[in-house]
Design a protein around this ligand. Structure first.
Ligand SMILES: Nc1ncnc2c1ncn2[C@@H]1O[C@H](COP(=O)(O)OP(=O)(O)O)[C@@H](O)[C@H]1O
Ligand SMILES: O=C(CO)[C@@H](O)[C@H](O)COP(=O)(O)O
Length: 474
């Protein structure tokens, strides 16, 4: 009898590292492990590596595993010197200190329309290109010491491969590369001119590896897939097709779809990413999702289950109380210096339950704006799937259809980023020219419908949001 083949998928996201070891053919999870990442928007990549080793160990290691792939938080700036050592802690996607650098770059390369045309996106502070410009201006010695620049998943993939080939052995995939700001998704090629514009130099960038192509092997001989960004991996894990939109509520809130055509939104709301299969992944990202609920629960001194119960005990619209959720600044809309705000407070709605409801509604309204931005780019929206840590809250699932204006399906809670990475690893075993295996490992998707009696929540939110956005920048 043939031995069952196993694959490992790794999700190195903002808050933690998760590992799934799965049956290569079906995606059924055989074993799993996780480990926490440190807090903060600037992190020494060594912490990710150590968390990966712990999570992998908890998942039983790579024993019997035929292939492994890493998916990770997008955009993070990992700078390496000539010897391959990390030059300084990585600036993460949610670090906004590069906001002015992003604005300068947009102007210098001819404005938003030119960036959208050339790279599919108008780079905000989150993109690697803006972080590199910040580095060149603020830490020129670190920039001078930077011989190569790569992304979190590139670096972890290289470490898994024992750093084989030195800096020249670094690899990436087209999906994650499309979040750098120096890559053209429509041409599937790097834009060294834009890297030079940001840095004044031409550091080495990783070799682009196609979908289903291996990046190499671990020292123990396990095949290593190209890996990808965490959102691209979610799309692979869910196996989404045209018309199917995903709303992911992790540290970031993302709204995305798979598309056959590259996006180029000059308003900057939609990032025109590539996906991990050779297609495209138009995506809207907010800086404020699960942590808005974390903060609301902390403020009320309760846990997530109690927050969810309270929110469901308050009327739709929270009696006019509106929470604008820009707690970490915001990326969409591009207001890195914005702060959160509470509007419409009255004696009647000044209760924990109204506040809990306003937190859930405010977080979801940010994503509903994202859905509108995707539609404005001609993306069909027939169905919405809700995933990520905050999708586990019953209040989020039940309120989401009212705010998003669509029925919402909630796939069984699972680690879809890690599952997508595992699916990519399995695909690497069959190689280019083949289809990825069909994974249906999680029956039990729940469908939530809109409450037809719910008042419209979004107009009030839009009023409060615009009030916040109209506060002059200082
Ligand atoms: N039941 C729940 N209700 C609301 N939020 C939750 C719940 N369970 C987990 N979370 C939140 O989800 C977040 C982690 O989600 P995850 O998708 O793993 O994030 P990331 O991929 O960014 O690391 C944390 O902020 C956590 O507090
Ligand atoms: O910046 C983006 C997408 O452009 C984020 O979605 C990051 O990729 C982080 O993801 P999570 O840790 O929130 O999953």
């Amino acid at each position: 009898m043939q031995r069952r083949r196993l694959v490992a998928g790794i999700d190195s996201s903002t808050q933690s590292c998760k590992v799934l070891v799965c049956d290569a053919r079906t995606g059924v999870v055989v074993r799993s492990g996780r480990a926490a990442h440190p807090e903060g928007t600037e992190v020494d990549p060594e912490h990710w590596w150590q968390a990966l080793l712990v999570a992998l160990d908890r998942a039983g290691g790579l024993d019997g595993v035929d292939a492994v792939s890493v998916a990770a938080q997008q955009h993070g700036m990992v700078c390496l010197d000539d010897d391959g050592a990390v030059v300084r802690p990585a600036l993460l996607w949610n670090d906004t200190r590069s906001a002015a650098a992003a604005r300068d770059l947009v102007r210098e390369h001819g404005g938003p329309a030119a960036w959208a045309r050339d790279t599919g996106s108008v780079p905000p502070a989150s993109f690697t290109v803006a972080k590199l410009r910040w580095l060149a201006e603020r830490e020129p010695d670190a920039m001078a010491a930077t011989a190569a620049v790569c992304l979190p998943h590139d670096w972890l993939t290289w470490r898994l491969r024992g750093c084989a080939g030195g800096l020249g052995g670094l690899t990436t995939d087209h999906g994650d590369a499309s979040g750098t700001g120096y890559y053209a998704p429509a041409e599937r090629a790097w834009r060294p001119d834009l890297l030079a514009l940001a840095t004044g130099r031409t550091p080495t960038v990783p070799r682009l590896v196609a979908a289903a192509e291996p990046a190499g092997r671990t020292p123990g001989g396990v095949t290593v897939g190209s890996g990808t960004g965490d959102n691209m991996a979610t799309a692979l894990g869910l196996g989404i097709g045209p018309g199917h939109v995903v709303v992911s509520l992790g540290t970031s809130g993302t709204v995305f779809a798979v598309s056959e055509a590259p996006a180029a939104d000059p308003t900057g709301a939609v990032a025109g990413f590539a996906d991990a299969t050779g297609s495209f992944l138009p995506l809207v990202c907010t800086l404020n999702a699960a942590r808005v609920l974390d903060a609301a629960a902390t403020m009320l001194g309760i846990d997530h289950d109690a927050l969810s119960e309270l929110a469901l005990d308050a009327p739709p619209g929270a009696g006019g109380l509106v929470l604008v959720p820009y707690l970490a600044g915001e990326r969409t809309p591009d207001r890195p210096d914005a702060t959160g705000a509470v509007h419409g407070l009255t004696l009647d709605n000044a209760t924990p339950r109204h506040f809990a409801r306003a937190a859930v509604e405010g977080m979801l309204c940010g994503l509903a704006d994202g859905l509108d931005a995707l539609r404005a780019q001609g993306i069909a929206v027939d169905q919405v799937s809700l995933v990520g840590g905050a999708a586990q809250a019953e209040a989020v699932r039940r309120i989401a259809p009212d705010v998003l204006g669509l029925p919402v399906s909630v796939p069984r809670p699972a680690e879809y980023v890690a599952l997508g990475a595992a699916r990519q690893a399995a695909w690497t075993l069959t190689g280019p020219g083949t289809e990825p295996p069909a994974y249906h490992p999680y029956p039990g998707t729940l469908l939530y419908d809109a409450d037809t009696a719910a008042p419209s929540i979004r107009p009030r939110y839009a009023e409060a949001r615009d009030h916040v956005l109209n506060v002059p920048r200082h």
